[in-house]
Design a protein around this ligand. Structure first.
Ligand code: ADP
Ligand code: MG
Length: 701
């Protein structure tokens, strides 16, 4: 066993209690885990501030000075100790809530200390809570490097004195003990060719940077490695799939496709739609199974691309299915596709959880005997009794609602050769992210909206402008338009949210009284037939206003609706806002999106609303979203996940490295798809090792 695998509790200075915290809060179980726990930032410890310069904007400060006096305040429980600290330019308060006794016994006025910590505000004054304190002379001797790593720890850990500095000390001990056991994880040729720092030297510099340049090279190497193994793994999955599964060949573009194209298509395809359909057609006749991601902005016409692909499947004597995340969306796809296929001899079915038993039985029989050509539905499609006669194409709409496992489950709906798979996203996801989490898929992008769409005008109103909003809504209704009003219902079970929705509904009803106006209501807790009635009322134009939750977020299509009012817009994420906005602007009318918000907004919320007002471009919004939130929270990824976790690399910031690592992985696999070449044995071994570690970890947690 390598020393790196030694349990953390045996490290000097840890012990069982701290070990448990390290396990639970930081996922650190072994010395190796600890050495791979890197600082989240570095502080320049050669820089000292004077107290006069201190402001709340500074993330960390280091000052030299003396303690003038101590003051103990507050009741016995909940006491705090305040030290007045001075450096001649001014005073600042140091504050302790815990370990007060120790501080009183060990820190003395009149001695020159170096204080390090984060300026915060408490009781209207700037102070430093629980600062690091050291005698100034001692300090300069101990310092090996001016760049000092800061480690994240939990609140609980800090209270047990397991703070950043304590982790730093543990790193020193762990390094001395186990660094000799660190073995290289990249092949030598790669290190030489790409001028990487060796692994051990990289880890050393991440904890104890010798200088800024070394630190940068260390980060670069570790980031590259993380991203490279993800790309290698994704591309290998892809290559293996292509090898293992023969693909159905669809050589024919025949009557179904052509008749539809000539007679039923109400408009010309956009160039982007044409290009993507062609990519799909070529792919479905290549002899390998298609696994393709179609990305396009809201309203770019992805459904039509899916339909045309399904017709090609039909022309080649195969059935198709289309899976959507909600019943509303599935029904709507069923209705619009049935409508578009009118006059053609194509049988389309709809299968959902709520489908009646007798209907379901007939559907399933028609399906397995091949009388049904296209099956549209929800998760219900995944269930066991659903068998096809000859399934050729699976389309998954709004992929982010489904996981990888569900994608795979649909493959097995066919005996023999697995069907082609087309996956469609609701809104664009940033390119680097798509390359990572969907790195095993081919990708097509619809980067053009159908002509004649007027850009949606977006405005941000504070709640105080509600009367103006109502006035505007009435104007639009007078022009014959319809309006959505969406309330945040992020968690369908939250009572609060329902109250908001209900209050909203009643206030709208009194501002827009019947019989002049009709307000429909739609939310997830309603029964299916109630939902259908509401939807129908709005679709037919009888209801001018639809008060709804985000159930209407995905895909709902009512071209006459021209205003989307989003209540408490600050509570929504960017991609959700964009998706909601996409519900309007679908007809030829000038459309509007009004973002309502409270007066007090966090800076992130303000930024989100600003971005929405600024641009309609879903690709730009996706990029901005990822920069604001970090890649972990981006819709479309949580379900898919990455093969390996990232410790240093950041999908939002390391785009160039992602491209670079993918290039290298592609070239490698082009030459040696199975990594069978002795030269690549080492890489293969590393990859397998990582995959295994990940799987085991998954079982434990
Ligand atoms: P999304 O990509 O968001 O799923 P949809 O497929 O729902 O978009 O299409 C949005 C609307 O645009 C639909 O009403 C559809 O009929 C229409 N549409 C699709 N393609 C075209 C086109 N080439 N020209 C005009 N309208 C189109
Ligand atoms: Mg859609």
């Amino acid at each position: 066993m390598s020393l790196l695998d030694q349990e953390i509790k045996y490290l000097a200075g840890v012990g069982p209690k701290k070990a448990e915290m390290l396990n639970k809060d930081l996922n650190i179980f072994t010395l190796g885990d600890l050495l791979y726990y890197f600082p989240y930032r570095y502080i320049d410890k050669s820089k000292f501030y004077s107290i006069r310069e201190i402001s709340l904007d500074l993330p960390y400060i280091q000052i030299k000075g003396e303690i003038k006096s101590f003051l103990l305040v507050g009741p016995k429980r909940g006491q705090r100790l305040i030290a007045t600290f001075s450096d001649g330019t001014g005073n600042i308060e140091l504050l302790w809530f815990k370990g007060i006794k120790w501080i009183q016994e060990n820190l003395k006025p009149g001695i020159n200390y170096t204080i390090f910590g984060k300026p915060t505000e408490f009781n209207g004054r700037i102070n430093i809570v629980h600062p690091e304190v050291e005698e100034t002379q001692k300090k300069s001797v101990e310092l090996a490097s001016v760049l000092h790593g800061m480690y994240n720890t939990s609140e609980k850990m800090k209270n047990a004195f397991l703070n950043s500095k304590a982790i730093y000390k543990l790193q020193q001990i762990a390094w001395q003990k186990a660094s000799n056991s660190i073995t290289e994880t990249l092949p030598e040729w790669m290190i030489n060719k790409l001028h990487f720092l060796p692994l051990a030297e990289s880890i050393f510099n991440l904890h104890f940077p010798q200088n800024a340049e070394k630190l940068q090279r260390a980060e670069y190497r570790i980031k590259f490695e993380e991203l490279f193994f993800i790309q290698l793994s994704m591309l290998r999955i892809k290559a293996e799939r292509n090898r293992a599964f023969e693909g159905l060949r669809f050589p024919i573009v025949g009557n179904f496709f052509n008749d539809f194209y000539k007679n039923n298509l109400p408009f010309e395809l956009t160039n982007a739609q044409k290009r993507v359909v062609k990519e799909i057609r070529v792919n479905m006749n290549s002899g390998t199974q298609m696994n393709r991601l179609v990305q396009g902005d809201v309203g770019s016409g992805k459904t039509l691309v899916a339909l045309l692909s399904m017709l090609i499947s039909l022309d080649n004597n195969c059935q198709s299915c289309l899976m959507a995340p909600t019943e509303i969306l599935a029904s709507q796809h069923f209705n619009s596709i049935s409508q578009m296929l009118k006059g053609l001899d194509i049988q389309v079915g709809l299968l959902m959880g709520s489908t009646k038993k007798s209907e379901r039985e007939k559907l399933l029989l028609d399906l397995v005997e091949g009388r049904l050509n296209i099956l549209i539905g929800t998760h219900a499609l995944l269930e066991d009794p659903v068998r096809f006669k000859h399934l050729g194409l699976v389309v998954i709409d709004e992929q982010h609602r489904f996981g990888v496992a569900q994608r795979a489950a649909l493959w097995r709906k066919n005996d023999g050769i697995p069907p082609h798979v087309l996956v469609m996203t609701a809104t664009p996801i940033p390119r680097t992210l798509a390359m990572t989490v969907y790195g095993d898929l081919d990708s097509s992008i619809i980067d053009e909206l159908p002509p004649g769409r007027k850009p949606i005008i977006t405005a941000h109103y504070r709640d105080s402008k509600r009367l103006r909003l109502f006035g505007f809504m009435k104007e639009q209704i007078k022009k014959g338009r319809q309006i959505y009003m969406v309330y945040p219902l992020i968690n369908e079970s939250e009572k609060m949210d329902y109250k908001n929705l209900e209050d909203g509904y009643f206030s709208i009803m009194s501002a827009f009284p019947s019989p002049e106006y009709y307000v429909a209501l739609l939310h997830g807790k309603m029964k299916k037939d109630q939902k259908d009635i509401s939807m129908a009322l709005f679709k037919s134009g009888k209801a001018q206003i639809m008060v709804a939750t985000t159930v209407i977020e995905v895909g709902v299509d009512v071209p006459n609706a021209s205003v989307m009012v989003i209540e408490s817009a600050e509570r929504f994420g960017l991609s959700q806002l964009h998706q909601l906005r996409g519900r309007v602007g679908r007809g030829g009318y000038q459309s509007y999106c009004i973002l309502m918000s409270g007066d007090k907004l966090s800076s992130d919320a303000k930024k989100r609303l600003e971005i929405m007002v600024e641009t309609n471009d879903g690709f730009a919004i996706a990029e901005a979203d990822m920069k604001l939130r970090g890649p972990g929270d981006i819709e479309g990824t949580q379900q898919s996940g990455m093969p390996f976790d990232l410790k240093l690399a950041n999908i939002a910031k390391d785009g160039q490295l992602i491209h670079f690592s993918r290039d290298i992985a592609t070239r490698l696999l082009d030459e040696d798809p199975e990594l069978a070449n002795p030269n690549n044995a080492f890489l293969k071994q590393q990859l397998d090792k990582k995959a295994k570690a990940k799987v085991n970890w998954g079982l434990i947690s």
